[in-house]
Design a binder for this molecule. Structure first.
Ligand SMILES: Nc1ncnc2c1ncn2[C@@H]1O[C@H](COP(=O)(O)OP(=O)(O)OP(=O)(O)O)[C@@H](O)[C@H]1O
Length: 650
C-alpha cells in the first residue's frame, strides 16, 4: 500500500514541487497544510503515515510546536526548512525528527532522506514491538508471584530498567492526597534495587520527619509537562523542597512523570536519573505505553490486600549499607574492564546497556584511544550474539585494492593473485557482530558495497555469481567528524544515516579528568601483575601532574606512559612522571635553543611531516606509506602508537 504523506508548508510553490516529486516516487500526498491548525485538521481526517514539516508557517504556531504533538500521536516526521540557524536547529533536533532537509534540495536528497527515515522508523517500531509484549508479560508474571511485595517490586524494577533507566523511582498518590503510601525503588551502585520504607528512606537521606510532614512530600505539579531535564529539573527542585532534598542526597538531575487514574484517584510514577539530560520523549512514550502494567503494580503489589497495610514494604528494608557514599568518592566502577566513574563515561554505559541486547547498528564516536574498541567488545558481550564471533576490521589498515575481498570474500581466480577462495569478514561474522573500526577511512567505492550489505542483508563474493544472506550486527567506530566528512563529499549521506541509528559518544580523557586516578591505579595493577616492577602506587604530586596534562592520545597514551614509567621507577611508588612536551630542564642547553629529542619524538615529527605532505593520504600511490617505504598497516599502527591524530595533519 502507498505511504500517505502530509506536506505542512506555507509556500505553495515549494509544497507543489514536493507533491510532484513524491507522487513520482510512488507516495500518496494526502494533503498540503499551510498552518499548524490546518495540519491538525488534515491529520484527523486523512491519517497520514508521514509528515514533511516546514518550520515557519502561517499563523502563530511553528512546525516545532506541531512536532511535539506529532510525537505524542506517534506520527513520524521530517523537517524541510531553509532555516539553518543554530538555535532553531537545536530546538528542532530536540523534537527527535527522523530527518532534516535544508532547502533548496535535490529530488534525490529527498528520496534518500525518506528512504532512510522509513528504515529508521521501521527499526524503532520493531524495537518497541519487541520490547512491549515481553516487558508487559514479565510485569504481569512478576505481579502474580507469591513473593513479598518488596521482592516483586525489585523484579519489576529490574525488568523495566533496560528500557527506562532510573536511579530512583517514586510512586505516590497525587490526588486525593490524604493517607498516602509512598513507595520508593532505588538502584544501588552494584545494579541491585532497594525498596526502603518511608522511615528508612528519611533516615538515609537525612530528612527529618517533621520536614517530610511539613512538605507533605508534595506530588509533582507538572501542568501537563512530563520530562524534567536540565533547567526544568532545577526549576522543579526550587518549587518542591521534597524533590530538592531527594535530589540533593541521591544526586538526581532529571525526571519523568507518568500519571495513572484509578477509580477517581490519581497516582504518579516519577522516575529520576542522575544525568541531567537523559530522558526524552522516547522514555515517556514507553512509560505511558505500559499504563496497564502500572495498574497491576498498584493493584497487586502496592495496594494489594495481602500487603501489610500502612507501610507495605516495611517487611523488607533495613538498608544493610548506604549505597551512595556522600563523603567518600564512589568505588571505581569496572564495566567489563572499562574503568571510570565520571558522569560522561556512565552516560555512555547507560546507552550501551540500553542498545546491547538489540540488533540495532551502533556508531561509536570518540577520539583515538578513548576506548571505542572496548565499548564495541562490551556491546557484543552483552548481546544475545555473545557466543558467536565478533569480527573486528580496521578499515584504515585495509589495503585499498583488497578491501572488497577482505570484507566480502572472493572466489578462486577472481583476480590475479586470488589463488584460493577467501571467506570475507562479513561471512566470518555470520550470526555474530562485525566491528568496523575507523569507518570514516573507508573509500567511497567500498561504502557503496557496504550500503548494499546493510540494505539487502546479503553479500556477494568477488568473482562469485550468487549472493548469500547473512545475519550480522554492525558496530562501527570513528574518530572523524562524519557529518563534516559527509558535507565534504568523503562519506555517503545514506550510509551515514544507516550507521548512525544509535550513536554512543565517548568523552576524551581531558573531559573526564576525574577518571585519571582510577585509571592510573588500574594500569599500575595491570602492569604490576604482568612485569617485574615493584610499583604499586603513585604519589599525589605525580598524580596531580597527570591531571594537569591534556592527553591528546587519551587512555592509550596514559596506559603507555604508566607502563613506561613503571619500568623506570625503582621503588614501589611513582614519584616523577615525564609527560610529553613537558620537558625537564636537563634536555635544554643553556640558552634553550636546542632540545635533545627522543627517537620517538623524531619518528613522530618525521611521520607527521610526510603525512602533511601527502595531505593525510596513507595508502596507495603517493601515500605516506609508499614514501616512507613501509607497509601501510605498519604506518597505521605507528600513527596510533605515537598519538598522531587526523586533526594534526590537516
Ligand atoms: N575506560 C577504560 N578502562 C581501561 N582501559 C581502557 C579504557 N578505555 C580504553 N582503555 C585501554 O586503552 C587502550 C585504547 O583503547 P581502544 O583501542 O579501545 O581505543 P580506541 O578508541 O578504539 O582507539 P583508536 O581510535 O585509536 O582505535 C586499550 O589498551 C584499552 O584497553
Amino acid at each position: 500500500m502507498k505511504q500517505k504523506i502530509l506536506i505542512v508548508e506555507d509556500e505553495f510553490i515549494v509544497a507543489n514541487d514536493l507533491r510532484i516529486m513524491l507522487e513520482k516516487a510512488g507516495y500518496k500526498v494526502c494533503g498540503i497544510a499551510p498552518s499548524v491548525v490546518k495540519a491538525l485538521e488534515l491529520i484527523g481526517t486523512k491519517e497520514p503515515d508521514w509528515i514533511l514539516l516546514d518550520i515557519f508557517l502561517q499563523g502563530d504556531k511553528t512546525g516545532i510546536d506541531l512536532a511535539g504533538q506529532l510525537t505524542e500521536m506517534g506520527i513520524p516526521f521530517i523537517y524541510i526548512s531553509a532555516n539553518t540557524n543554530q538555535g532553531i536547529l537545536e530546538a528542532a533536533k530536540a523534537t527527535l525528527p527522523y530527518g532534516f532537509l535544508v532547502k533548496p534540495f535535490r529530488e534525490k536528497d529527498l528520496m534518500v532522506m525518506l528512504d532512510i527515515a522509513r528504515y529508521r522508523h521501521e527499526q524503532n517500531l520493531k524495537y518497541n514491538q519487541h520490547e512491549e509484549p515481553s516487558l508487559q508479560k514479565q510485569i504481569e508474571h512478576i505481579t502474580e508471584k507469591k513473593e513479598s511485595s518488596a521482592d516483586r517490586l525489585k523484579q519489576v524494577a529490574a525488568a523495566l530498567y533496560p528500557v527506562v533507566p532510573f536511579q530512583f523511582l517514586w510512586i505516590t498518590k497525587s490526588n486525593p492526597r490524604v493517607t498516602t503510601k509512598e513507595t520508593y525503588i532505588i538502584r544501588r551502585d552494584d545494579g541491585k534495587f532497594n525498596t526502603p520504607n518511608n522511615e528508612s528512606l528519611l533516615k538515609e537521606a537525612n530528612i527529618s520527619s517533621r520536614d517530610f510532614k511539613a512538605w507533605n512530600a508534595t506530588a509533582i505539579v507538572h501542568n501537563g509537562k512530563s520530562i524534567f531535564n536540565g533547567y526544568d529539573f532545577r526549576k522543579l527542585r526550587m518549587e518542591n523542597p521534597w524533590i530538592q532534598a531527594l535530589s540533593d542526597h541521591y544526586k538526581l538531575e532529571s525526571a519523568i512523570v507518568c500519571e495513572i487514574e484509578r477509580d477517581g484517584e490519581t497516582f504518579q510514577f516519577v522516575f529520576f536519573h542522575h544525568l541531567s539530560d537523559l530522558y526524552t520523549k522516547v522514555h515517556t512514550g514507553i512509560v505511558n505505553q505500559f499504563k496497564k502494567s502500572w495498574e497491576q503494580v498498584l493493584d497487586k503489589i502496592i495496594y494489594s490486600k495481602d500487603a501489610v497495610t500502612e507501610t507495605p514494604l516495611a517487611i523488607e528494608i533495613s538498608l544493610e549499607k548506604p549505597f551512595i557514599k556522600t563523603e567518600q568518592p564512589p568505588e571505581p566502577k569496572d564495566f567489563n574492564g572499562i574503568v571510570g566513574n565520571s558522569k560522561l563515561l556512565h552516560a555512555a554505559f547507560k546507552k550501551l546497556e540500553l542498545v546491547a541486547p538489540d540488533d540495532t547498528s551502533v556508531l561509536i564516536l570518540g577520539e583515538s584511544g578513548t576506548g571505542k574498541e572496548k565499548i564495541a567488545q562490551t556491546i557484543h558481550k552483552l548481546s544475545p550474539r555473545k557466543n558467536k564471533p565478533l569480527i573486528t576490521v580496521n578499515c584504515a589498515a585495509l589495503p585499498l585494492t583488497l578491501i572488497e575481498s577482505e570484507l566480502f570474500g572472493h572466489e578462486k581466480g577472481s583476480f590475479t593473485g586470488a589463488n584460493e577462495k577467501r571467506i570475507g569478514k562479513f561471512e566470518q561474522a555470520d550470526g555474530g557482530s562485525i566491528f568496523l573500526d575507523e569507518i570514516g577511512e573507508l573509500p567511497l567505492e567500498a561504502q557503496v558495497k557496504l550500503l548494499r550489505v546493510l540494505q539487502e542483508k546479503e553479500i556477494e563474493r568477488l568473482g562469485g555469481n550468487y549472493t548469500k544472506k547473512i545475519n550480522v550486527r554492525i558496530i562501527t567506530a570513528t574518530n572523524r567528524n562524519l557529518e563534516k566528512e559527509v558535507a565534504e563529499g568523503r562519506f555517503r549521506l545514506d550510509l551515514y544515516y544507516r550507521l548512525n541509528v544509535f550513536p554512543i559518544e565517548l568523552p576524551a580523557l581531558r573531559q573526564r579528568k576525574e577518571d585519571i586516578p582510577v585509571l592510573t591505579q588500574y594500569f599500575i595493577d595491570k602492569y604490576g601483575k604482568k612485569g617485574s616492577s615493584n610499583v604499586s602506587a603513585i604519589s599525589t604530586a605525580a598524580l596531580n601532574e597527570l591531571q594537569d596534562y591534556d592527553w591528546p592520545g587519551n587512555i592509550r597514551e596514559l596506559e603507555h606512559l604508566i607502563e613506561r614509567t613503571m619500568v623506570l621507577t625503582e621503588g614501589d611508588t611513582i614519584t616523577a612522571i615525564e609527560l610529553p612536551g613537558v620537558t625537564t630542564p636537563a634536555v635544554f642547553n643553556q640558552d634553550n635553543q636546542f632540545k635533545i629529542k627522543t627517537m620517538e619524538e623524531m619518528e613522530r615529527e618525521h611521520i607527521l611531516s610526510i603525512l602533511k605532505m601527502c595531505k593525510g593520504k596513507i595508502f596507495g600511490p603517493g601515500g605516506a606509506a609508499e614514501i616512507l617505504n613501509i607497509p601501510s598497516t605498519t604506518l597505521n599502527s605507528k600513527i596510533k602508537k605515537l598519538g598522531i591524530k587526523f586533526e594534526f595533519v590537516k
